[in-house]
Design a protein around this ligand. Structure first.
Ligand code: ATP
Length: 211
């Protein structure tokens, strides 16, 4: 990442994949420009935020013209490493892990779950969605420091010791689907997705802040 890209705020960086997906579909339908209000409607981010986000990377929309789709896509591809496939591992092939393996980000061509890990002997040696399931004990020799991202879909009480094992194996980013709060060294990043909390919060907002 170069210095200029490193200055993009985290909140902006998190929205980039959202913009990217929409712009890609615009490009494939032959559209060359897009207004911030069109984008806003599609990605459900207000247009002032979009304008601010885009200004960080020098894309200043022109009044009455909007943004150039190809320019934005070229920039996003570079920033999001869309030209490179990011290999990911998944640990815990239960219901959620199985669903993610079958899904395997097939709609995005820059991410792939390469291997899965579990400790259940009935699962080890099997394949789901073309991904082989290995025993967690073999993780270090299998990833050889070449994979840095892991998806964690194990029971909550197993999450911390597994996170420690992942860090030891060289993992630098964990997408944590368990409700457990993980402690990891400072150089490791955790993104937490607790589906039941998200759902509860949606229901709360619907009840208390009807649109
Ligand atoms: P889900 O939580 O995804 O709905 P589930 O209810 O089928 O799955 P869980 O008990 O949550 O199963 O376990 C998820 C997976 O994590 C299982 O495949 C289980 O074998 C695996 N697992 C449990 N403990 C460990 C561990 N210490 N290391 C790796 N995998 C584990």
């Amino acid at each position: 990442m170069d210095i200029e890209q490193a200055k993009i705020p985290q909140a902006t960086a998190k929205r980039l994949p959202l913009y990217y997906r929409f712009l890609e579909s615009l490009q494939s339908s032959g559209k060359h420009r897009v207004s911030s209000s069109e984008l806003s409607e599609a990605v459900k981010v207000d247009s002032a935020t979009i304008r601010r986000d885009f200004s960080y990377f020098g894309a200043l929309g022109k009044k009455g013209y909007g943004y150039n789709v190809n320019y934005l896509l070229t920039f996003f591809r570079k920033t999001l490493d869309q030209d490179e496939v990011t290999k990911v591992i998944l640990v815990g092939v239960g219901n959620l892990g199985t669903a993610l393996l079958n899904y395997n980000f097939s709609k995005s061509n820059n991410m792939r779950i390469e291997m899965a890990f579990d400790v259940d002997e009935n699962k080890v040696g099997q394949e789901i969605g073309n991904v082989s399931i290995h025993h967690l004990n073999n993780i270090e020799e299998l990833i050889q420091g070449e994979i840095e991202v892991a998806i964690l879909t194990v029971p909550a009480n197993a999450a911390q010791p597994i996170a420690d094992q992942l860090v030891k194996a060289g993992i630098k980013g964990i997408l944590n689907f368990t409700p457990a709060r993980l402690s990891v060294p400072e150089n490791v990043r955790i993104h937490h997705i607790d589906l039941s909390v998200e759902l509860q919060s949606l229901v709360y907002f619907l009840k208390h802040y009807p649109m």
